[in-house]
Design a protein around this ligand. Structure first.
Ligand code: UDX
Length: 425
């Protein structure tokens, strides 16, 4: 049993903690937020993720996991120290590494041969700067998990990438992953940092390609979802991340594309592809408003339900959710809004939308509405029946930004069902 300290108790930190706990190690979770520390110590995850509460409780009851706000003691007591703090987007789009640097500065005086591993996404050169400044044994080990699937992805990775300053540090970290049966790669610090950005830029571009195809398919009256079924049959194109709709959000893609664009612009390069992906992703959510207006005309005073506020299903995270530009535009157009999300309501309110009206069920959001926009593909939204829509809504108009429902079924049963990427009848 190895003692592993994990600093930062968000999605990445907790998934890492639970993964190494599952492998039989002893875990100390660290966070500066005392409330989070207390929550973790009673087996309650501060973030909504499948399996987190159960696994936390199990490891706590086995005496193999505890949380602390004392980062210094955590570092002293651990053989491996993972840093999983946020590297958020600064005002100008660049990466803000201040939280990461603060942690490094805090733990540096108490290190005595421990291996420090940065899991945070960092612009090239950041990890080496920290290693050199504090003379640390350091690796970069990017995390590729998806929110909502954090524990699953962390336990079943496609690959493990380790960037290291010295080969022996890379091998030392790889030994922790010896039981993982997946592709493994050891490289230098900068290449590892870049692998994370290059992966996220590719995936965001892939979604944006699907969204552009959706807009084009709509012009020609063909269904992008059927088109993609054919595209996916090409073995050179993996079938995932081709679901067209209102665009991507979340804590990673928008931040990472902006950070890379900002970093290279400062070095004199104009990243046209990244710029274009970001631009398309800003206009894409507004397409649902266009479709709504094309169907019901002016929105002023009309009761519009927004179904789903989280940036994706099975998550309570609203960071960069496409619900934000959708709701802001509906407010500008003086629509009478009613918002619904099964998990993300509190987070949405706290993001500056506390004065809006929120429904406590899908049914009550739909009741008396003149139109509804589907923004997140929650299971309960996918299970909506045409009869419910017709009975509850004042005007049964659904604009689907995620293709959550079956167009043929909806249209056949009298719902006016429109969406991004197919022939809107
Ligand atoms: C992403 C990466 O997938 C993950 O590898 C990285 O570590 C962090 O960033 P995450 O942001 O949690 O993960 O969610 P993801 O499932 O990738 O979805 C991101 C956004 O893209 C969501 O808003 C989702 O709705 C959207 N999306 C995803 C699409 O619009 N279409 C798709 O086909 C897939």
């Amino acid at each position: 049993m190895i003692k592993i300290g994990i600093i930062g108790s968000g999605y990445v930190g907790l998934a890492t903690a639970l993964t190494f706990g599952e492998l039989g190690h002893e875990i100390i979770c660290g966070d500066i937020d005392l409330e989070k520390v207390e929550q973790i110590n009673i087996g309650k995850s501060p973030v909504h993720e499948a399996g987190f509460d159960e696994k936390l409780s199990q490891l706590i009851s086995e005496g193999r996991l505890k949380a602390t706000a004392n980062i210094l003691a955590l570092a002293q007591d651990s053989e491996f120290i993972f840093i999983c703090v946020d590297t958020p987007m600064g005002e100008d789009g660049s990466m803000d590494s201040s939280a990461l640097e603060k942690v490094a500065e805090t733990i540096a005086p108490n290190l005595n041969g421990q291996l420090v591993i940065i899991k945070s996404t960092t612009i090239l050169g950041t990890a080496r700067k920290i290693a050199d400044k504090y003379n640390m044994n350091l690796c970069h080990n990017p995390e590729f998990l998806r929110e909502g699937m954090a524990l699953h992805d962390s336990l079943n990775p496609d690959r493990i990438v380790i960037g290291c300053d010295k080969p022996e540090n890379g091998q030392r970290l790889m030994s922790l992953y010896e039981n993982f049966n997946c592709s493994k790669l050891i490289t230098n610090l900068e290449t590892s940092e870049m692998i994370k950005y290059a992966s996220n830029i590719f995936l965001a571009t892939k979604i944006t390609y699907a969204n552009e195809m959706a807009n084009i398919c709509e012009i020609f009256g063909v269904d992008v979802y059927e088109v993609m079924e054919g595209v996916k049959l090409d073995k050179r194109i993996s079938p995932q991340f081709l679901e067209a709709g209102a665009g991507f959000g979340g804590s990673c893609f928008p931040k990472d594309l902006n950070a890379m664009a900002s970093a290279v612009k400062n070095r004199g390069y104009e990243p046209n592809l990244i710029n274009s992906v970001l631009k398309t992703n800003e206009s894409q959510p507004l397409r649902v408003i266009e479709l709504l207006e094309s169907e019901i005309g002016y929105l002023e005073g009309k009761k519009i339900a927004v179904l789903g506020l989280a940036f994706k299903e099975d998550s309570d995270d609203i960071r960069n959710s496409r619900a934000i530009p959708i709701v802001e535009t509906l407010i500008q157009k003086d629509a009478n809004l009613i918002l619904y999300d099964p998990k993300a309501t509190e987070n949405f309110k706290n993001a500056g939308f506390e004065n809006l009206e929120y429904a406590n069920s899908l049914e009550s959001a739909l009741t008396g509405s003149d139109g509804a926009i589907i923004q997140t593909k929650w299971q309960e939204i996918r299970e909506l029946k045409p009869s419910q829509i017709i009975n509850l809504m004042n005007n049964p108009v659904i604009i689907d930004g995620r293709r959550a429902l079956n167009p043929e079924k909806m249209l056949a049963d009298g719902v006016k069902y429109l969406g991004i990427g197919w022939k809107n009848l």
